[in-house]
Design a protein around this ligand. Structure first.
Ligand code: ADP
Ligand code: ASP
Ligand code: MG
Length: 428
């Protein structure tokens, strides 16, 4: 008998009908002889709604209370799903993250898993129950408090449980049929990818393709958990993310032997651009600035240094970071302005990031030319550029991002005639 971990995202459990559909799916899986552990997200846009509500009450909610609030969303879905399965005549029991043994560090809002001890989940499964676990949340043994793992974190809960329980597969059920060559909400002609290497999936997730939480992909790769991303609204085969770099993609008859050069285009609206203007052009200043940012616990993405618009012997240093970390970073920079000796700070959250990803980029010349040519033809101005071996990313104005994604997707021949199905969700 095999064990399957099934994770259902918010749009899959957005209302009573959705919860019933998911309950029946779990029961069907059990009926085919598998044990099932289900991980659930909060219903629909509950997490965003709770964030909005908190924002109406205070501008600076304590991080601990924010986690108490947001973790409630997943508790609602886990209990509703367990009672629905029970009502349909099967056995189910729900667990909070803490009851399921999700042990994290104490960093509220972006806690990391440090251990998983799912004894209660294992016992429930051994007694014939479907175990339902609240995603996105854990418990810190240092503070004894509830933590959350960052937006989209239920994917990581599922993979961490799958690894700890030695599950045969971790299925991520969502509102599209799998991982596509671009977000099907923006590019209707995007193609579903049947199999993708974890290396490329990591770059896609890190570049903002929110179909999978980045840390879920890292975790799956590290512990060799096979991931199957698919729709909870259809029975179509989804996308397999191959867990380790050594896992060779099995070539089926008729499939081309060479990997495609490009696997997809990702976009991200969650970053802002900060420019530190008029930095003295002497050794050590960049280190001082990034020391300040590190002290504010911000994650820097792209960095560019230019000759300053403000005059000779000065540079401007621009970087991007998550919008949610913008305020703390700006406060820390303002505090350090006099000491570091720069002239000013500019902040722009109307930016978008576009990334082109493909392992074949390494060995195929001309990719950059085609990429920038497509952007030029679409009238998109490029503000910043960064690259890795298998990725090119640019920052553009937010208004131009969708056009840029479609232009690049088309230029690399990724469009197909069949329109991708988006089954649910609001894309929020
Ligand atoms: P869930 O609530 O199931 O976790 P998410 O909203 O987090 O779902 O992720 C699914 C969404 O990810 C899709 O509806 C789609 O709009 C978006 N998405 C972004 N990039 C991609 C991509 N490359 N392939 C498929 N979906 C993508
Ligand atoms: N409910 C959380 C969120 O909206 C976690 C998740 O859905 O994975 O980010
Ligand atoms: Mg998600």
């Amino acid at each position: 008998m095999s064990l399957i971990v099934q994770k259902f995202g918010g749009s899959s459990v957005s209302d009573a009908e959705g919860i019933k559909r998911v309950a029946r799916r779990i029961i069907d899986t059990k009926a085919t002889g598998h044990d099932v552990v289900a991980v659930v997200s909060a219903m629909g846009d509950t997490t965003d709604d709770l964030l909005d509500l908190a924002g109406q009450l205070t501008t600076e909610p304590p991080a601990r209370e924010m986690d108490m609030l947001l973790s409630a969303g997943e508790r609602i879905s886990m209990a509703l799903l367990a009672m629905t399965i029970d009502g349909l005549g099967a056995k189910a029991v729900s667990f909070t993250g803490s009851q399921a043994g999700m042990i994290t560090d104490a960093v509220h809002g972006k806690a990391r898993v440090i251990d998983v001890s799912p004894q209660r989940v294992r016992q429930a499964v051994d007694r014939g129950y479907v175990a339902i676990v609240a995603g996105f949340q854990g418990m810190s043994p240092d503070s004894n408090d509830v933590t959350t793992m960052g937006r989209g974190g239920s994917d990581t809960t599922a993979v961490a449980l799958a690894a700890a329980l030695n599950a045969d597969v971790c299925e991520i059920y969502t509102d599209v049929d799998g991982v596509y060559t671009a977000d099907p909400r923006i590019v209707a002609s995007a193609q579903k990818i049947d199999k993708i290497s974890s290396e490329e999936m990591l770059e896609l997730a890190a570049s903002g393709a929110k179909i999978l939480h980045l840390r879920c992909v890292e975790y799956a790769r590290r512990f060799g958990v096979p991931l199957h991303v698919r729709s909870s609204f259809s029975t179509n085969e989804g996308t397999w993310v191959l867990p380790s770099p050594d896992d060779k993609i099995k070539i089926q008859e008729g499939e081309p032997l060479e990997q495609p050069i490009i696997s997809g285009v990702a976009h991200d609206r969650s970053e802002a651009k900060v420019t530190v203007v008029g930095v003295p052009d002497v050794p050590g200043k960049a280190a001082e600035i990034f020391g300040v940012i590190a002290g504010a616990h911000s994650n820097i993405d792209m960095i560019v240094q230019n000759v300053s618009t403000s005059g000779k012997d000065k540079t401007d240093i621009s970087f991007t970071l998550p919008i949610v970390e913008g305020k703390d970073a700006l406060d820390a920079l303002r505090d350090a302005q006099e000491r570091v000796g720069f002239e000013g700070i500019e902040y722009d959250d109307q930016v978008g990031k576009l990334s082109l990803i493909g392992a074949g980029m390494r060995s195929n010349p001309g990719v950059s030319y085609k990429f920038f040519h497509a952007l030029h033809e679409a009238g998109v101005n490029v503000d910043m550029i960064s690259t890795s071996e298998i990725r090119i990313s640019v920052i553009t104005h937010a208004d131009k991002l969708d056009d840029a994604v479609r232009a690049v997707h088309n230029a690399f021949g990724l469009d197909t005639d069949v329109e991708a199905t988006v089954y649910g969700g609001t894309g929020r």
